[in-house]
Design a binder for this molecule. Structure first.
Ligand SMILES: [Cu+2]
Length: 165
């Protein structure tokens, strides 16, 4: 009985690993880069991932680029009263030994001037440029928009109304 339980756990882990792709570049590990599928006509989409710095030197995400977007910015997001506001930030620090999460409701990569809708199930190239690690190419897994957690601030990306330039 005990042995059977362990086998089941291992199968569960390998299924999760197949879904989530990690990328390594020097001391950095980029985890689970993804974006959400966009409705027709949408011109912006948020992209999310985690950055782990396993080294002893701080690094910095300076910019990003993608062939599907005319403009890509690094954004932060915070509540201002009950309005969610996003603004462009010049860089995202990745301190030595730290793990930085780009996630809905917080820091994210903003794909703007989308050239076409993002379709659930496809992979979209994204190039991240770090101060030390240099260029890191990853694929964003496009996930269905309905997978958004309830109350996700990022649904407001569809209109981008509260965006402060
Ligand atoms: Cu944004």
């Amino acid at each position: 009985m005990f042995r059977q339980a362990i086998v089941l756990v291992l199968i569960g882990l390998s299924a999760a690993a197949a879904h989530s792709v990690d990328y390594k570049a020097g001391d950095l590990q980029i985890g689970h880069p993804y974006a959400r599928a966009t409705p027709p006509g949408a011109t912006v989409a948020g992209a999310y991932l985690s950055i782990e710095n396993k080294g002893k030197t701080a690094d910095k995400l300076l910019r990003a680029a993608s062939p599907v977007a005319g403009l890509v910015e690094l954004h932060s997001m915070r509540m201002d009263g009950n309005v969610m506001r996003m603004r462009a930030v010049p860089a995202i620090d990745v301190p030595a030994g730290a793990s930085v999460k780009l996630a809905p409701g917080g820091l994210h990569v903003m794909l703007q001037e989308l050239k076409r809708p993002l379709k659930s199930g496809e992979r979209v190239p994204l190039t991240l440029v770090f101060e030390r690690a240099g260029e890191v190419k990853v694929d964003l897994a496009v996930e269905s928009a309905s997978a958004a957690p309830a109350g996700s601030a990022h649904r407001s990306h569809a209109d981008h109304g509260a965006h402060a330039k």
